[in-house]
Design a binder for this molecule. Structure first.
Ligand code: GLN
Length: 433
């Protein structure tokens, strides 16, 4: 799961936290708890590679806000976790360094792009981890590895120090062993931060207050378009069983149409690639990161550096994004995608006039075999069908294990809420503990 293990730093910090506890008693519920971070979250003095050759030796001069907050809570950083290069992918196969395996079946992927973050928690190599989610990268690996995973509301957790992929979609969130841990970690990392211009100033509740076993009277909707063609029957059964459980506990559950789902993938890949092509322009071999050794002039330096430093998937997205934003194509692609974004938001707004929460599958299948989709980018993109709309609409999405398929592989239920309704999702998720 790990790209970097911080043995020395971890032991030092653990000792100083122990001294503090001996002196003052435990002050935070996270005091002394071993954690790990996806390797696109900046850690001062510790390599942050984004699983890319481009940042193979990059050592950030500052900590991300979430890292500062977790250090202030006295959590102990064990190391930095493997991922798809620059968080682009759904299997962690796009890492420059290594393949992380699914702890439930070593021939299968852990999901992605936060594959290391999910695998480390599932394999007990960390107690909790932080991942990032641009189109499903916390929720899908959580589902594949049988952990809890939360993508918070856009603006609820500071992204200062998160290496940017697609800034209108990126969020940091926890991957944990259960819902209680998820609430504890969310308490520690959420909140307004003046260093992130998209951070939202609002009252953030104590999320542990949501840990009550009560969904009586809750109104729950299931998008009919999330249960159609392409959904593995075991996953479908597990989701419908979960719906039945909610019903038995006193919730009202019904299906509703969300036909815009059909356009979510094309809209997401246009927006995400467009923003990525702009965000990744900073890796030019000049300011920081990898620089090609042989070049003739400045343009050639850029070209060689980017040709050698980026992997195929990253290059593909830069090209797709640059194309979608170019004059003459902008209206046909990027503008259309933004129109779809408005319709997706509207679809969810309407749903939340009727429902407290929307539930559905996280991914059409359980963990697939390593190599199965690696040569077919389009097939890899299609597995994001149930997750990307949540980022496009800026909503919170919580995944909780809800069963196993015929091979014994975990299945995750996805719960989607209105902005800043994390407490509702945690309360519903808590019924599964
Ligand atoms: N699988 C999606 C992609 O490749 C989501 C990635 C993410 O959330 N970082 O873009």
């Amino acid at each position: 799961s790990y790209i970097t293990v911080c043995k020395e730093e971890s032991l030092k910090r653990a000792q100083s936290v122990q001294d503090k506890i001996d002196r003052d008693g435990p002050v935070s519920p996270l005091a002394g708890i071993p954690m790990a971070l996806k390797d696109n979250i900046c850690t001062m003095g510790i390599k942050t590679t984004c699983a890319s050759k481009m940042l193979e030796n990059f050592v950030p001069p500052y900590d991300a806000t979430v890292v500062k907050k977790l250090y202030n809570s006295d959590a102990i950083l064990l190391g930095k976790l493997n991922m798809d290069e620059f968080a682009m992918g759904g299997s962690t196969e796009n890492s420059f360094f290594k393949q992380t395996k699914n702890p439930w079946d070593l021939e299968r992927v852990p999901g992605g792009s936060s594959g290391g973050a999910a695998a480390s928690v599932a394999a007990h190599e960390s107690i909790f981890s932080l991942g990032s989610d641009t189109g499903g990268s916390i929720r899908q690996p959580a589902s594949f590895c049988g952990t809890v995973g939360l993508k918070p509301t856009y603006g609820a957790v500071s992204r200062f120090g998160l290496v940017a992929f697609a800034s209108s979609l990126d969020q940091i969130g926890p991957l944990t062993k259960d819902i209680t841990d998820c609430a504890l970690v969310l308490n520690a990392i959420c909140g307004y931060d003046s260093m992130d211009s998209t951070s939202v100033k609002t009252d953030y509740p104590d999320y542990t207050k949501a840990l009550v076993n009560d969904v009586k009277g809750m109104k729950i909707g299931i998008p009919r378009d999330y249960l159609g063609e392409g959904l593995n029957p075991d996953v479908k059964r597990a989701v419908l069983d979960a719906a039945e459980t909610f019903r038995r506990l006193g919730a009202e559950v019904e299906e509703f149409p969300l036909p815009i789902t059909e356009y979510a993938i094309p809209a997401y890949y246009l927006i995400a690639c467009a923003e990525a092509s702009s965000n990744l322009a900073r890796y030019d071999g000049i300011k920081y990161g990898y620089r090609a050794e042989k070049f003739t002039d400045l343009l050639d330096l850029y070209r060689q550096t980017r040709s050698e430093g980026f992997g195929n998937e990253v290059k593909r997205r830069i090209m797709l994004g640059t194309y979608a934003l170019s004059s003459g194509y902008y209206d046909a692609y990027y503008k259309k995608a933004l129109q779809v974004k408005t319709l997706i938001k509207k679809g969810f707004d309407e749903a939340f006039e009727k429902y407290d929460m929307v539930i559905g599958p996280t991914s059409p299948t359980t963990a697939f075999k390593i190599g199965e989709k690696a040569e077919n980018p389009l097939e890899m993109y299609l597995v994001d069908i149930y997750t990307v709309s949540v980022n496009i609409a800026g909503l919170p999405g919580l995944v909780v294990p809800c069963g196993k398929d015929a091979n014994g592989l975990p299945i995750g239920l996805q719960m989607i809420g209105k902005p800043f309704s994390e407490s509702t999702l945690l309360r519903a998720g808590y019924t599964f503990e």
